[in-house]
Structures are given as structure tokens and as C-alpha cells.
Design a protein around this ligand. Structure first.
Ligand SMILES: [Zn+2]
Length: 273
């Protein structure tokens, strides 16, 4: 036992001796290297994926190439994946991600083929900041196409999925609660791409019109891409409220579509089959 302790003691002394023999610069280099190693061994707790490189901290410490006594923090490559998953979660589209892709969109006649082509064209020209409007009878065809487009946008934009009935009800209930109302409305106003599903579904009262105008007008004035599906045609929306309808029509001029009742029914039947 005595001997072992003595050995340890000697070894320790040897190390100190060795360290003391280093020049100041060598000491600094060694210190920096140890500091970076220690820092990079700390375990973080970021979700979604397991990264060996940053140990789930999202960043790594790197020794400066020009001055090895210094270091800096660098974002880890795993953050692209984490941020993309985070965008999906915030968008509200996560549950639809597998189901409504472009490749699964059923192009069984001229109309659906054209819709598919126009949706692709819309994405290719996203710098033009057009809007996309598709109206017509209840069914999955509209939602499918609009979701597929939104998923494409999500690859490098913030996207928000708004189910009109659900979210307009929530917002209207917050009207007397300034802070929460502004915060919730802000999510719809400022996001890069807003997708409104089933716009103006259900009864429409004054509060609905006020809310719709607030959203549509802000996005119109700020050139923010908006995708709208509705059971109503653009003409019906114009009749309900001209200020809202005319803004949608103007922005989605090249991308306004209507699905007739029979075509829509067809799509659903074919999709099930
Ligand atoms: Zn990482």
C-alpha cells in the first residue's frame, strides 16, 4: 500500500515537473486544449436526434486555427435537422406529413393533372410571393394539395397551418385578452407561409369578418405567401366580403382554382379505392 502511494506521488511530481518545464505558450496551448476537451464532453439535452459530435448541446467548441491558445463556439451540423423537426411541430402539419405528399396526390383526370402542375409551378416561383386559392366542395383533394405544398415550403421556411374553424374560434375567445390575442394572432400574421384550411367554413359573423380581414390584409400588404382552401368559391367569398375577396383574388390571380362537386367526389372515391 505504502509503495503504491509512493509511486503515485512520484508520478504526480513527474507530471508537475514536466508541466513546469513547458514554456508559457506551451502551457497556454495545453490549457486551451484541455478546456475545449472538457467543454465538448459536457452532455446536453436537446431533443429529436442523438448527436455524438455535440452530445446534444447543439454546438461544439473549436480550437482557433490561427491562434491555438484561443477557441470559439460553433453551431453543430445536427441543428439543421433539429430545426426542421421543430418547424414541422410548430407548423401544425406534423400529423399530415406522411399522408399528404406530392407523390401521393392522385392525378386521375385533366383537372387534377393541371392542379398538380400548377402547384409545382407555384413552388418554383415562390420568389414572386403569389397566393394559392382552391375552392369547391368538401373533400380531401384540396387539403392534400395544399398540405403537399406547405410541406415543401417547410424545408426552408416557417409555415403555419391554420384550421379556420378551430383557430378562429380560439382567437375570437381571446378578444378581451389583449396580450394573448396579439400573441396568437401574430403567429398567423408574420409567418413566412400561412396555410388556411377550410376558410370561412361554418357560420360567418362580424367577428369572423374582422379577424379574416386582419389576417388577409396584413399578409396582402406585406407580400407574405398565403395558401387558402375553402368550400366556398372565390365569387362566394367576394359576395360575403369584397375587401377580403378582392385581396385574395388579386394575389392568387394565376393560382385560383375551383373544384366542381362531381370532380371532388370522384377524387375521394378514387383515393379510398
Ligand atoms: Zn450535434
Amino acid at each position: 500500500m505504502e509503495e503504491i502511494n509512493l509511486l503515485k506521488e512520484t508520478l504526480k511530481k513527474g507530471m508537475v515537473q514536466k508541466y513546469n518545464n513547458l514554456t508559457l505558450e506551451e502551457k497556454n496551448l495545453l490549457k486551451n486544449k484541455k478546456y475545449v476537451e472538457n467543454y465538448n464532453s459536457i452532455i446536453g439535452n436537446l431533443p429529436y436526434t442523438n448527436c455524438e459530435k455535440c452530445k446534444n448541446k447543439g454546438h461544439i467548441m473549436v480550437i482557433d486555427e490561427e491562434d491555438a491558445t484561443r477557441h470559439y463556439i460553433k453551431k453543430c451540423s445536427c441543428m439543421a435537422e433539429r430545426e426542421s423537426i421543430e418547424r414541422f411541430k410548430r407548423s401544425g402539419l406534423e400529423p399530415l406529413r406522411q399522408k399528404y405528399t406530392f407523390s401521393k396526390f392522385n392525378r386521375y383526370n385533366e383537372k387534377t393533372k393541371k392542379l398538380y402542375e400548377k402547384a409545382k409551378e407555384f413552388l418554383e416561383n415562390k420568389n414572386e410571393k403569389n397566393w394559392f386559392f382552391i375552392g369547391g366542395q368538401v373533400g380531401s383533394g384540396k387539403t392534400h394539395l395544399c398540405t403537399a405544398m406547405s410541406l415543401e415550403f417547410l424545408k426552408d421556411n416557417q409555415v403555419k397551418f391554420m384550421e379556420w374553424v378551430k383557430e378562429s374560434t380560439t382567437l375570437k375567445s381571446l378578444v378581451l385578452d389583449d396580450i394573448n390575442y396579439t400573441r396568437e394572432l401574430g403567429k398567423l400574421l408574420y409567418v413566412d407561409v400561412l396555410y388556411i384550411d377550410d376558410f370561412f367554413k361554418g357560420g360567418i359573423n362580424k367577428a369572423d369578418l374582422r379577424l379574416a380581414f386582419e389576417i388577409i390584409n396584413y399578409r396582402y400588404n406585406n407580400d407574405l405567401i398565403t395558401i387558402i382552401s375553402s368550400e366556398k368559391s372565390i365569387n362566394e367569398i367576394l359576395e360575403i366580403d369584397e375587401a377580403i375577396g378582392s385581396r385574395i383574388y388579386e394575389k392568387s390571380y394565376n393560382f385560383t382554382f375551383e373544384i366542381e362537386k362531381d370532380e371532388e367526389l370522384n377524387y375521394r372515391l378514387r383515393e379510398r379505392g
